[in-house]
Design a protein around this ligand. Structure first.
Ligand SMILES: [Zn+2]
Length: 385
């Protein structure tokens, strides 16, 4: 579904049948390749939602005989979900606990994943998660069709630049780089490079990411953007390191943060942003949208800080968005935010948020319109709302 759900134009709903006994298209899209090809065509033709059907609704009667056979939920999932497998369950990366409360059995797209809340600290994550081979297969074959790609890299770059300016203000207010004539900045998971462009043009500005096709705009603006494979061989140290919306995609957030810390110059800072479970920004959405298979981990400030601590980093700044400024140092573990039973409390928190959600009616969407216009204007002028 469209991420915001706020589009004002008519939405086009396309149906893609992957049933062997579909009566409307004769089972034409039964192989995975054929299904993906058709999904891409539907998307190119303007479909906003592609409804993947795994159970035929062929009715009984004179035309269709006995009608479609009932299929089990497992059979339906096997039909609509590609060949992606999970590995073995892992201990909690934030506290090494091994007792969990299950929160969800599938993500928002119906990919079969168990999301659990850790009893020791309340961290929510998919456990078990895809094994390494499946994760590669998912990012190579399915990520772009499921999550979409942009047709306007220049606009994507401009959006990143605007968010990068906010990052730079935060870094400047805490870091020794403030007022420095020359420093260096690294963005791991740099996407189009817009975040880097928010830092001064005479700084060393270096980015790494998987998809080199994103680099065109950034490179034309003088940024050094590289394929992620070269990161381990990069012997330079950086004064500022950024990882925007990356940690939640990794299979081991502690190992990833340790890797960033090794690239840090003395007295440098690491900026990390991950989607925050308790953020005001997501308080009113359909909470089930938070569970999407590309996000292995769902952090709040507390569980993120515990992961950072295990990587030898303490937070100089931390909010529930979640945005964090980290520096090497000891961290005294605070008591779990949720008291004696963090796993149960985290699961209750999610259930309450899901239960509270009511889809907005037409009148509510209309009332919301002036506020959205105001916010859009405010963003342009840099005002705070
Ligand atoms: Zn834990």
């Amino acid at each position: 579904m469209p991420e915001t759900g706020l589009s004002q134009r008519c939405q086009v709903w396309a149906v893609l049948n992957v049933t062997p006994d579909s009566f409307s298209d004769g089972g034409e899209a039964i192989t995975l390749e054929a299904a993906l090809r058709k999904a891409e065509r539907l998307s190119a033709e303007g479909a906003d939602v592609i409804d993947v059907g795994g159970a035929s609704s062929r009715p009984a009667g004179a035309t269709y005989g006995a009608g479609a056979a009932e299929v089990s939920v497992d059979e339906e999932l096997a039909r609509v979900v590609p060949d992606i497998r999970c590995g073995a369950p892992i201990p909690c990366p934030a506290c090494t606990g091994t007792r969990f409360v299950r929160v969800a059995r599938a993500d928002r797209y119906g990919f079969p994943l168990d999301y659990v809340a850790c009893d020791g600290c309340g961290l929510l994550f998919a456990n078990p998660y895809y094994d390494a081979g499946s994760l590669d297969r998912f990012y190579m074959n399915y990520y772009a069709p499921v999550y979409g790609r942009t047709a306007r890299p220049d606009l994507a770059f401009a959006g990143e630049l605007e968010r990068g300016r906010a990052v730079r203000r935060l870094v400047d207010s805490h870091a020794v780089t403030r007022g420095l004539e020359y420093a260096s900045v690294l963005d791991v998971g740099c996407s189009h490079g817009g975040f880097l462009a928010a830092f001064p043009g005479n700084w060393l500005r270096v980015g790494y990411d998987y998809d080199e096709s994103l680099f065109t705009v950034g490179r034309s603006r003088g940024l050094e953007l590289n394929a992620i494979g070269g990161l381990d061989a990069d012997a330079r140290k950086f004064d500022v390191i950024m990882a925007n919306r990356v940690v939640e995609h990794t299979r081991d957030p502690v190992a990833f943060l340790r890797r960033l810390a090794r690239l840090l110059a003395p007295r440098g800072v690491i900026y990390v942003e991950v989607p925050g479970l308790r953020s005001d920004l997501v308080a009113h959405i359909d909470y089930r949208l938070m569970f999407k298979n590309a996000h292995c981990f769902l952090f709040d400030a507390h569980t993120f800080e515990r992961c950072a601590a295990r990587a030898g980093l303490r937070s100089e700044y931390l909010d529930e968005t979640v945005r964090a400024l980290l520096a090497p140092g000891d961290y005294a573990a605070r008591a779990p935010a949720a008291g004696a039973a963090p796993g149960k409390a985290a699961a209750e928190f999610v259930r309450a948020r899901v239960a509270r959600y009511r889809p907005p009616g037409a009148l509510a969407r209309l009332r919301e319109l002036p506020r959205r216009i105001f916010r859009a204007l405010a963003r342009r002028t840099g005002a705070r709302v």
